[in-house]
Design a protein around this ligand. Structure first.
Ligand SMILES: C[S@@+](CC[C@H](N)C(=O)[O-])C[C@H]1O[C@@H](n2cnc3c(N)ncnc32)[C@H](O)[C@@H]1O
Length: 217
């Protein structure tokens, strides 16, 4: 029972300070070190917490795997838990990108408590050039297409990445309309697959994964 309680997340987080799942630690808003950061760093584009779609990404890679040592870029990383997972489980060389520099202290804290190293790049995804993107094997993202204005940016970015030779793009989402529009665009052109994806732990999370390209071994 002790173990079940440790790994489970109650509806309200039940006053918990952290979640342990998929072999990583995710600190919650009540954790003293997060509270400390919240006094000084105020992410302004929804990078103020860990979003549930990150667990979908972890579950996807747990099941599909990832070549060891892959060069991974996480777009709109926020607290970057999916990146932490890739670094920990697959020795991925991860660069986390976000336009909001105030997310990086939270990301660095999570890298520290999980014992991994993660690079950061403050950049608007509109300004990620093909030259930068071509240095990566895999692009990942969780809940990064939540406004209509983002669909155009994300499509342009994916197109630049594919032209730059990125082999695989994996984006998780709870099923927001702008994301589904982007997914539809690639599915219709035969370039991607939209997968229903859900997890039961650390809580019940339904959603989708857009997968473009293959995860080469
Ligand atoms: C809903 S949060 C998701 C954060 C994280 N991926 C997660 O699952 O917890 C969206 C993130 O995208 C970032 N973001 C929004 N617009 C962006 C842009 N144009 N370029 C890069 N990052 C952006 C925000 O700062 C925020 O951290």
């Amino acid at each position: 029972m002790g173990r079940r309680r440790k790994n489970a997340l109650s509806a309200s987080n039940g006053g918990r300070k952290e979640i342990r799942a998929y072999g990583i630690r995710a600190l919650l808003s009540r954790h003293p070190r997060i509270r400390q950061l919240k006094r000084r760093h105020h992410p302004c584009l929804h990078g103020n917490k860990l979003w549930s779609a990150s667990w979908l990404l972890m579950d996807f890679f747990k099941k599909q795997g990832m070549p060891q040592g892959s060069r991974v870029m996480e777009l709109g990383c926020g607290w970057g838990l999916a990146s932490v997972y890739c670094a920990k489980k697959f020795d991925a060389l991860v660069t986390c990108v976000d336009t909001d520099a105030d997310v990086f202290p939270y990301l660095r804290l999570h890298a520290e408590v999980n014992g991994v190293k993660i690079g950061t790049l403050q950049k608007d995804m509109n300004h990620l050039s093909k030259a930068v993107l071509q240095g990566f094997d895999i692009l990942i993202g969780a809940d990064i297409c939540f406004w209509d204005s983002m669909t155009h940016s994300l499509k342009k970015l994916i197109n630049r990445a594919l032209r730059g030779g990125v082999k695989s793009i994996v984006i998780a989402d709870p099923g927001r309309e702008p994301f589904l529009d982007v997914a539809d665009h690639y599915v219709q052109r035969g370039l991607g697959h939209l997968l229903d994806w859900g997890v039961k732990q650390p809580k019940s999370i339904p959603g989708h994964i857009l997968q473009i390209g293959a995860l080469e071994a």
